[in-house]
Ligand binder design. Structure first.
Ligand code: NAI
Ligand code: MG
Length: 496
């Protein structure tokens, strides 16, 4: 395979100054202001983005509303489905280009993205192509006096604001584009200031697939400006947000004005629980990659690793040794397993958690340092594991969003359950055991939106994903997600 070359393989970056994408064309920000965005593997400027604000959001929402009531409303379910399939084909054709762009922008290792046929982004959008023709109301027998026929209808909610984080926008956007296009809604996307490029390029592909102008718009910029304006806009009907719990709270407040529907996928501090009867050949790499994938920048990272006391020493040793085998480095290199963190801000944040952990008495079993040498210009940190952690320590309670695992010992199943649930979050969890009774007790007992047994991080769009407690609400994937993009209407027809 040729080594990817940004200059050769990314014509999209031949002009590195990117505008907003509104009503089917590039539009400079009304204010004329721009923000820089960086390549986290070397700290260099990659592109500049429009610093969109209220005025740009206004224009984008107006375009989305016109498209919603205009040409897009005349697309039949079959036409919407065909369009999504054309888009998925184009996305697959441009797969290498898109994943390269995203790796440059946010640092995910290129060679962990698999083939297009196995890629989560493509599988997700294709799932929603199927859903486009699966939207239906009911005819419901009633017990009313007289002769009344009753039925329900579904209708798209309207304009959706999609606020996307930086940790995987190529996939993240599909969980908004999919239900939007399947149901006949329209969208204004606000990708994160640190990683907007793959979302902007995808907007071009949507146009190439034949989407009418205005159905999908992209406004880039800062969360407090473009993001907040979108979250508060009175003509936006629904917000789909993935990001921190703190920002999720702001979105809830901003939604109150016009009672926006919300889908919030927020932070996590997910438990991954290893029983003494687990197959450690499977559990050690499984738990490690549950924390270290995407350098720990995953909402469902299994960062609280509960290990049954009798195998604790062996587990810590093997876990630390496994971490040392993971090559950290240039995201474009073939053998890289962990890329850089997204920004110097995120690197500082993760390093400060390492410092606090040591102060609070956790034992550093491996890692913990920023990487120097050739990597010193990028935002790299070693895969890190602390042992001797207690559930009350800061590193066991707060979302770190970096490759930092905390190993916490437990004795009994009941204790593991109590500790696992002692967090305000409830996004995901993992259990490693060869005993099916143990597995089932944990599946029922853990308060989290997903329980993975002898695996971690699998997500299928037909099954879906969502949170308990402060990890948010609304389900991503499945019929449940589609329902969130639809109003339901009842009709009572008196024919007596
Ligand atoms: P964030 O939640 O502030 O950012 C996510 C998105 O929300 C970005 O597009 C941002 O521009 C936008 N945003 C920010 N403030 C907004 C506001 N007031 N109104 C509307 N939109 C707004 O997260 P940030 O600052 O990038 O990262 C901070 C921490 O959040 C991370 O260290 C991590 O712990 C957590 N996080 C969790 C994610 C997850 O998938 N659960 C994703 C990203 C961050
Ligand atoms: Mg970037």
């Amino acid at each position: 395979m040729n080594t990817p070359s940004p200059a050769r393989d990314l014509p999209f970056l031949s002009n590195p100054d990117k505008d907003n994408f509104i009503d089917g064309r590039w539009r400079a920000p009304e204010s004329g202001k721009r923000i820089d965005t960086f390549n986290p593997s070397n700290g260099q400027l990659l592109a500049t983005l429009a610093r969109g604000d209220k005025a740009d959001v206004e224009a984008a929402v107006a375009a989305a509303r016109r498209a919603f009531t205009g040409p897009w409303s005349r697309f039949s379910p079959a036409q919407r489905q065909q369009l999504i399939i054309r888009f998925a084909d184009l996305f697959a054709q441009h797969f290498d280009e898109l994943t390269l762009l995203e790796s440059l922008d946010m640092g995910a290792p290129l060679h962990t993205r698999l083939r297009p046929s196995k890629n989560g982004a493509i599988q997700t959008i294709l799932y929603f192509a199927g859903q486009a023709r699966n939207i239906q109301g009911d005819t419901i027998p009633n017990s009313l006096p007289g002769d009344v026929t009753t039925m329900t209808f579904k209708a798209p909610v309207g304009v959706v604001g999609g606020i996307i984080p930086w940790n995987g926008p190529l996939l993240g956007q599909m969980h908004i584009l999919g239900p939007v296009l399947a149901t006949g809604c329209t969208a204004v996307l606000k990708p994160a200031e640190d990683a907007s490029l793959s979302v902007l390029r995808t907007a071009e592909l949507l146009m190439e697939a034949g989407l009418p102008p205005g159905v999908v718009n992209v406004v880039t910029g800062l969360g407090a400006e473009a993001g907040a304006a979108l979250a508060a806009h009175p003509d936006v009907n629904r917000i789909a947000f993935t990001g921190s719990t703190a920002t999720g709270r702001e979105i809830i407040k901003a939604s109150a004005g016009n009672m926006k529907r919300l889908q919030l996928e927020l932070g996590g501090k997910s438990p991954d629980i290893v029983f003494a009867d687990a197959d450690l050949d499977q559990a050690v790499p499984g738990v490690a990659m549950g924390v270290y994938s995407n350098s720990g920048q995953i909402c469902f990272a299994g960062t609280r690793v509960f290990v049954q006391r009798s195998i604790q020493d062996e587990f810590v040793e093997r876990f630390a040794a496994y971490g040392k085998t993971l090559k950290v480095g240039d995201p474009l290199a073939q053998d890289t397993r962990l890329g850089p963190l997204i920004s110097s801000r995120q690197l500082d944040r993760v390093l400060s958690f390492v410092e606090v952990a040591e102060k609070e008495g956790a034992r550093l079993a491996s890692g913990g340092a920023r990487l120097g040498g050739d990597l010193s210009c990028g935002f790299y940190i070693e895969p890190t594991v602390f042992s001797g952690v207690t559930n009350s320590m800061t590193i066991a309670q707060e979302e770190i969003f970096g490759p930092v695992a905390s190993i916490i010992a437990f004795d009994t199943l009941d204790e593991a359950l109590t500790l696992a649930n002692a967090t305000p979050y409830g996004l995901a969890s993992g259990v490693w055991t060869s005993n099916v009774n143990t597995a089932l007790k944990m599946v029922h007992g853990i308060q989290a939106g997903t329980v993975w047994v002898n695996c971690y991080g699998l997500v299928d769009p037909s099954v879906g994903f969502g949170g308990y407690k402060e990890s948010g609400y609304g389900w991503k994937g499945g019929q449940t997600q589609i329902d969130g993009y639809l109003y339901q209407k009842a009709a009572y027809l008196n024919v007596s």
